[in-house]
Write a protein that binds this ligand. Structure first.
Ligand SMILES: [Fe+2]
Length: 201
């Protein structure tokens, strides 16, 4: 067995004009494929640890030292991207009443949540991700991580994530990351976020 690149759950051009087809091809077929390939190279060195990346990255100290950083980077890269594709949709969706209430209770309003998420995505220096997670206390929290680090390694369950590596937006948005972040909010698959929230809380 090996880690396999999942197909996109929609056509490459389905998220136009918010996320362009050329970006989706490069991002999925090249970048994500490379994380998959490199994760498999690392895993093949230690068949005894299995291939459950979520379990491995939840306890990074359990990963053999010689492949630990490779799995943090590439195993994390695979998990983050596999989730990211599912968190977007061309269909119009909205948070469930339960999630909307939790967002209001935590952040004050949906607009304040969006502002906090946007700030996390904008201020993440260099490459990384912005997240909405369920933390160890079962509460919603906006956070960000560097590189391909996953919140799973901090004991947090990601329910929404935005890739802010330049490869995610530079073809269309050039250096204007804030426009890409704004566009992302037009293609969020809230049905998937609801599902992850229900499972995580
Ligand atoms: Fe990416």
């Amino acid at each position: 067995m090996a880690i396999i690149l999942p197909d996109l759950p929609y056509a490459y051009d389905a998220l136009e004009p918010y996320i362009d087809a050329e970006t989706m091809h490069l991002h999925h077929d090249k970048h994500h494929q490379t994380y998959v390939n490199n994760a498999n190279v690392a895993l093949e060195k230690h068949p005894e640890i299995g291939e459950d990346l979520e379990a491995l990255l939840a306890d990074v100290e359990s990963i053999p030292a010689d492949i630990r950083q490779a799995l943090i980077n590439n195993g994390g890269g695979h998990l983050n991207h596999a989730l990211f594709w599912e968190l977007m949709t061309p269909e119009k969706t909205a948070p469930s009443a339960e999630l909307a209430a939790a967002i209001d209770a935590t952040f004050g309003s949906f607009e304040e949540f969006q502002a906090a998420f946007t700030a996390a995505a904008t201020t993440r220096f260099g490459s990384g991700w912005a997240w909405l997670v369920v933390n160890k206390e079962g509460k919603l929290e906006v956070t960000s991580t560097a590189n391909q680090d996953t919140p799973i390694s901090e004991g947090k369950k990601p329910i929404l994530g935005l890739d802010v590596w330049e490869h995610a937006y530079y073809v269309k948005y050039r250096n204007v990351r804030p426009d890409y972040i704004k566009a992302f909010f037009s293609v969020i698959n809230w049905n998937k976020v609801d599902e992850l929230y229900a499972a995580a809380k």
